[in-house]
Design a binder for this molecule. Structure first.
Ligand SMILES: [Mg+2]
Length: 320
């Protein structure tokens, strides 16, 4: 177990020495300050302690004020035990109201201190676990488990956000829809394991092909959406062509078989008819993809301005 760092802010040297002695003995790594401003500076620093024992009365800034600041703008939670010579109930309440998690009256008893610190530690551990679970859940809710690309709702969120951003800055966003050609026979002939391998490899090739700030999401079975920020129609089309070549330039070496792959792509961009509706762009890219398929697959088609205008009118009507 890694050593937990604990901040002690206490101007009374005797009390401070006792705190240091106990905490070190119990295996904590101690950071010592003697006034509120220094304590605040330590808590603002990188790798700041997550647990702090703060004296109430200190030079330059008192304990409650340090806590108030901490609660206002700290990203990571710091568990704070407020130390006080005051024993009035209303003082305790004022300390807790300022945001202290717990308090201890001086002179304190070693067992009591140990128990309070242990409680703090337990709460910090619980919080870390919660955040880990939260991160996992968020990842699960927005990503496709097979390809590790964004899932449908994840990529749609990104597309929507990028369209809104581009509308504000009078920029453009390119949308590409890419669909693997003749994928069903791959599954039927070689089985789903091989099909999955092909999809994973296709995702890897796309990820290697696009720019760092482009986003890829699995839209359906073998269909992907690629969002290209700051791309007008021409550069979006060129990027899609590069994608198509990178996807198909060599067969996918699956475990048991080598599978030749190609993809059909459709492209639409915001600057084509000054369309700011992400849904219209997506449908336009889909319509263009359909034309790629109809024209013999393994090609890229750019949506026409007329196509986008027409979809815009239809979808606009549906929304009105
Ligand atoms: Mg003091």
């Amino acid at each position: 177990m890694s050593q937990l760092r604990v901040l002690i802010a206490e101007d009374d040297p005797v009390s401070s020495r006792i705190l240091q002695a106990h905490l070190s003995k119990w295996g904590y790594q101690v950071v010592v300050t003697t006034n509120g401003l220094d304590a605040w500076a330590v808590l603002q620093g990188s790798d700041a302690p997550k647990l702090a024992v703060l004296d109430w009365m200190m030079p330059s800034m008192d304990g409650p004020e340090v806590i108030r600041r901490l609660r206002q703008d700290s990203k990571e939670y710091v568990y704070v035990i407020l130390l006080t010579a005051r024993s009035q109930k209303e003082d305790m309440l004022a300390g807790l109201e300022a945001g202290a998690d717990d308090y201890l009256s001086k002179p304190f008893d070693a067992h009591e201190l140990k128990a309070r610190i242990r409680t703090g530690r337990r709460i910090l551990d619980l919080q870390t676990q919660l955040m880990t679970v939260q991160t996992l859940l968020r990842e699960e809710a927005t990503h496709d488990p097979l390809t590790k690309t964004w899932n449908r709702s994840g990529i749609l969120d990104i597309l929507q956000r990028e369209c809104a951003r581009a509308a504000r800055s009078e920029g453009s966003v390119g949308v590409v829809m890419a669909d693997l050609d003749h994928f069903k026979p791959v599954n039927d002939t070689y089985g789903h394991m091989t099909g999955d391998e092909v999809l994973r490899e296709m995702s890897r090739r796309m990820a290697a092909s696009v720019r760092a700030y482009d986003s890829i999401g699995r839209y359906g079975g073998e269909e992907f959406v690629i969002v290209l920020p700051d791309c007008g129609a021409l550069s979006a089309f060129q990027r899609a062509e590069t994608l198509r070549e990178d996807i198909s330039n060599k067969p996918v070496e699956a475990t048991s078989v080598s599978v030749a792959v190609t993809a059909s792509l459709g492209v639409a961009a915001m600057d084509q008819v000054d369309c700011q509706d992400y849904e219209v762009l997506l449908r336009a890219a889909d319509a263009a993809l359909y034309r790629s398929k109809a024209a013999g697959r393994n090609q890229t088609t750019l949506a026409t301005p007329q196509e986008i205008s027409m979809l815009s009118a239809v979808i606009g009507q549906g929304k009105a």
